[in-house]
Ligand binder design. Structure first.
Ligand code: GDP
Length: 196
């Protein structure tokens, strides 16, 4: 499948340095520890693809993983920056917001949230912001294997209700990197956005 071919291309700080040859891309965002790297690895059937973007110096950059000549997965910096000073944080936010707002190739955002933790303020800000700019979002409620089926489903239903009421540009599903549950559904979403 397409996503297995993902290969690291480069990491950039700002929009003007993003690769021009890409036509369709989908970005992955979420707070640190939400399970973004694990999800990217499972989605691409690779053991350590996303480790590339976790190496020192790259954690705050926009990381490109093309899957073919015109399509790419993009790993955005995890939010939650206890160790980053305020100026660095502002510069990072400026670079990232410009990317999300102006990158025409960006067709959708996969937002990762731990299914056991209610959406944080920054998750909600992400939803507000994407709503404003009209960027579709698909939420992965990650680590679904950590809950029993009933409670996991209840979390999903609660989130879907909130999205329907307040963020109709967003959809959601359960996901487990450990069990590879929900993988077909993510692939389908990616295929749709990538026009594959
Ligand atoms: P990131 O910081 O968002 O990239 O998160 P990671 O992918 O590094 O995951 C953070 C922690 O959660 C690690 O200890 C992972 O092993 C664990 N984790 C990630 N996905 C899953 C999952 O689907 N199930 C379980 N049980 N643990 C997970």
């Amino acid at each position: 499948p397409l996503y297995q071919k993902a290969e690291y291309l480069k990491s950039v700080p700002t929009l003007d340095l993003c690769p021009e040859e890409i036509v369709y891309e989908v970005a992955f965002a979420g707070r640190s520890n939400a399970g973004k790297s694990s999800a990217l690895n499972v989605i691409t059937s690779q053991k350590s693809l996303a480790r590339t973007s976790k190496t020192p110096g790259r954690t705050q950059l926009i990381n490109f993983f093309p899957v073919d000549e015109t399509r790419a997965l993009v790993d955005l910096p995890g939010y939650g920056f206890a160790k980053v000073n305020i100026n660095t944080k502002r510069a990072w936010e400026a670079g990232l917001s410009e990317y999300v707002e102006k990158r025409e190739q960006l067709k959708g955002l996969i937002l990762l949230m731990d299914c056991r933790i209610p959406p944080t303020e920054i998750d909600l800000q992400m939803l507000d912001w994407t709503a404003e700019i009209g960027l579709p979002v698909h939420v992965l409620l990650t680590k679904a294997d950590k809950l029993k089926k009933g409670p996991a489903k209840a979390q999903l239903m609660q989130l879907k209700k909130m999205l329907k009421a307040e963020y109709p540009h967003a959809s959601a599903q359960l996901f487990s990197s450990l069990k590879k549950d929900g993988l077909d559904q993510v692939w389908q979403q990616l295929d749709t956005w990538m026009e594959y």
